[in-house]
Design a protein around this ligand. Structure first.
Ligand code: ADP
Length: 260
């Protein structure tokens, strides 16, 4: 009976190996598909703002001095809007390059978290206005820290973008920045749809999106929070979420003030 046992074992082992291998292949195929779709979407999306700004500039150039000031303001507004869209796309590309290379490199400099938050909130003013969102900021203590400006700005942007995306109109969003003895804490709270408890542990995974179907048809690739947590971890900081389904979310980020 030993040979029989051995054959059974062998068959089971072979079967298990094949199914693991197959599962892995399927997963890789899926990642490749998502990546291809992402790249082709982004290339397409990049073309539109570039074309629009070119047309607006061309129009202003041909009208020049005789142009009606109202008209030229319109063209300038369009250009500013499109440039804002371009910078959002750059943010997406940053995220893409992160998961391509798996590693990001930080360039530390002395930053003021309060200043970064103000910079991001004022650049998003139009988006907030469009959705009638109320955004309040509160800072206390010394909020300076060593950090990478580009990536931390992108972190704040991603969290605020989510706070807007996963809220209905007239959202209330608050940002609290606390300078503690050797840490800086940033808390971003929204009054949005919240995250069901069973998914809270997974939202920082690459490509994970809460499968709530029609609850939110917000666009996304499930990359934002994985990028955010990667940047925070690289800064030797921590991020966690507190949320109640239907009752908003609170993201807590804690960063050391000094990097070795
Ligand atoms: P994306 O927004 O592109 O789907 P993210 O990685 O930024 O990707 O977020 C992952 C998922 O976590 C989102 O799809 C959403 O389901 C959930 N989520 C993130 N932020 C919030 C928030 N502030 N409120 C409710 N759900 C959120």
């Amino acid at each position: 009976s030993i040979p029989i046992l051995f054959s059974v074992f062998l068959v089971a082992f072979t079967f298990l190996s094949f199914s693991l291998l197959y599962g892995n292949l399927l997963r890789q195929r899926r990642l490749a598909d998502i990546k291809n779709e992402f790249i082709s979407n982004i290339t397409h999306e990049l073309k539109t703002p570039i074309a629009t700004v070119s047309v607006a500039i061309e129009a202003m150039r041909s009208f020049n001095a005789s142009m009606d000031p109202q008209r030229s303001k319109e063209y300038l507004d369009i250009s500013a809007n499109e440039l804002q869209r371009l910078s959002l796309l750059v943010d997406k590309v940053l995220k893409l390059s992160m998961f391509e290379k798996k590693e990001i490199e930080l360039r530390y400099e002395l930053l003021d978290m309060k200043e970064l938050v103000d910079e991001v909130t004022s650049s998003m003013r139009l988006q907030f206005e469009k959705k009638g969102a109320q955004v309040t900021t509160h800072a206390e203590g010394d909020t300076h820290l060593d950090g990478d400006r580009l990536h931390l700005v992108s972190v704040i942007f991603n969290l605020l973008d989510n706070a807007l995306k996963y809220s209905t109109d007239h959202a209330e969003i608050s940002l609290t920045i606390k300078g503690l003895s050797n840490k800086v804490q940033l808390i971003i709270a929204d009054s949005g749809i919240g995250i069901p408890a069973e998914y809270q542990g997974r939202i920082f995974e690459k490509f994970f999106r809460v499968p709530t179907g029609n609850l939110h048809n917000a666009k996304g690739y499930g990359l934002g929070l994985s990028y955010v947590s990667h940047v925070i971890t690289k800064h030797h900081g921590t991020i966690r979420v507190e949320s109640e389904e239907g009752d908003g979310s609170k993201f807590y980020i804690t960063l050391p003030k000094h990097q070795a």
